[in-house]
Design a protein around this ligand. Sequence first.
Ligand code: CP
Ligand code: NVA
Length: 309
Amino acid sequence: MQKPPLRHYLQFKDFTAAEYAEVFHRAEVIKNKFKSYEKYQPLVDRTLAMIFEKASTRTRVSFEAGMYQMGGSVVHLTTGDSQLGRAEPIEDSAKVISRMVDLVMIRTFGQDKIERFAAHSRVPVINGLTNEFHPCQILADLFTFIEHRGSIQGKVVAWVGDGNNMANTWLQAAELLGFTVHVSTPSGYEIDPSIAGIQNTHCYRVFKDPLEACAGAHLVTTDVWTSMGYEAENEARLSAFAKWCVNSEMMAQAQPNALFMHCLPAHRGEEVSAEVIDGPQSVVWDEAENRMHVQKALMEFLLLGSVKN
Ligand code: CP
Ligand code: NVA
């Protein structure tokens, strides 16, 4: 089998719209195989290294289970139990790890760290979350939207909360796939288009009032008020974000059939009320499950290129 050219998945905009169409199609095929207990093991003898410098439940389980289901295996490394935590240069770690495995997934702090790793890696590197981006999550969120409502092109996504890694990645997706993000954050926590890495100011609109951001939205989504790595700001954030809790009043502003999403973990009573996240418009459990299906398609794409079966 011919090896596809080396590609990394470090930001959402690393793939084209046509490539996303292919990945979403493969995710659907692969999910259907999984649901009908049809064995699909194109990655026998392939190894994924997963490097976690921050905590995880979904990312770890979805990549690990997904890789085993596809016939491969995984190596799990954390800062504390590897030389990464003892100041071995990231470039040296990349050179060594990528000689022994076929694929690397990294969850870390600054985007610069994953960029440096990728620059010295012989194998594809996947961003499993950085301070700036969370592309695998948006991949799952878009796939979930498409499953429930069809194409997202031309639709409105309301982002209520922190101008964080999830918000930045939604902006990149909107620019690439042709939808609009209505963003409402408390002052001091705004999105920064230069950090998000977008050129097109038409793909988002900023609202002071979160209720206005939700008006007419096809999807309302939020995230924790305090992301990993920002714990020292927790007290200040609790008071700054008090008005940015997605509740029934906000959902009532959106389209009557609007979906609610949250990448999880969630804090009921902070960024979302229990009645919304546990209510009929919420698709958070599908969203979490779909992490595994889309990432299987992503790993297949990076390791095998276009697959037709
Ligand atoms: N949504 C998400 O990435 O979850 P984990 O932090 O549990 O991996
Ligand atoms: N914005 C959150 C997402 C967690 C999956 C964080 O970075 O902690």
